[in-house]
Design a protein around this ligand. Sequence first.
Ligand code: ATP
Length: 322
Amino acid sequence: MSHPAPSTTRLFSHATAQAPGKVNLSLRVGTPRVDGYHPVASVYLAVSMLEEVTATPRQDGEITVTLSEQSSAFVDPDAIPVDSSNLAARAALRLREYLGRDPQTHGVHLEITKQVPVAGGMGGGSADAAAALLACAALWDAGLSRQTLAEIAAPLGADVPFAVMGGAAVGLGVGDELTPLLARHPVHLVLVPATTGLSTPQVYGLLDQLREEGGLPMPEADPEVDPQLVQALTSGDAEELALLLANDLQVPAATLVPELSEMLDVGLEEGALAGQVSGSGPTVMFLARSAEESFQLAARIEDRTGVAAVAVHGPVHGARVL
Ligand code: ATP
């Protein structure tokens, strides 16, 4: 469908949007489908580690990307493509095509300020795509609903719709069939990003291999979300939530990066209610009882290991224009 440019042209010099990184409080993974994708049952939580994208119009039709120097110290700039394969650039291109805007004149420059670790299992690239989408939608006066924007960007990655929607949600299918959860109580976490990333396909591949070889049990049925975990999340019961965190990707991730097991031990020894690898890793997350405890826990982990640890909370809003 083609959307004509509005007759009254608004002259935005730029637009800035933010989108959150995510953790999976629970990530159950089934055996690969015939199309090669894994069915998952995930409980997503958007956390207060935000990506920011500023979109500035370019009259030459080009879609370009740079990484801001304000990005976090644990973001390795060399790990991020700044060509047309960058997920933010791909999101802008999809939106321009959807809107039917002239590719000769409707270019955009995207400056990304990253806080979310690259290839860290927190959906950072997906958050960049979501923020780019909202920023470009504002710049081009798209007049589209959040739901439509999420659908436009869904083919870019299973985590993109959640980065657009934010909050907390159950994700089925490949993680893109979202059901929002009414989680009004904050969950307090400490995140320990790793300096190097892990390839998501490699982690899924090792899960399949370990299951086939008998090193891990085969799942009995299609993955499902534990209703007790949803209950613990929506009622804000951190102690109960701690007992129910789950991640089928943790064993393969910790097999590929053995230091993850040591970091999990450190967090528990320092008083975390529970610890778990986030998504496909290698970011490790710890659950705390309160904001105060999360700050204390982050400081103790940093003191003991010399590795940066960040106190965050969720759920937070999805992608939004500032
Ligand atoms: P997920 O949890 O969604 O599997 P992730 O958080 O582990 O993803 P990302 O940070 O999204 O991983 O990056 C995965 C890969 O995508 C990177 O290794 C990088 O090559 C590529 N990539 C493309 N665009 C971006 C972007 N804007 N930011 C980060 N990585 C990007």
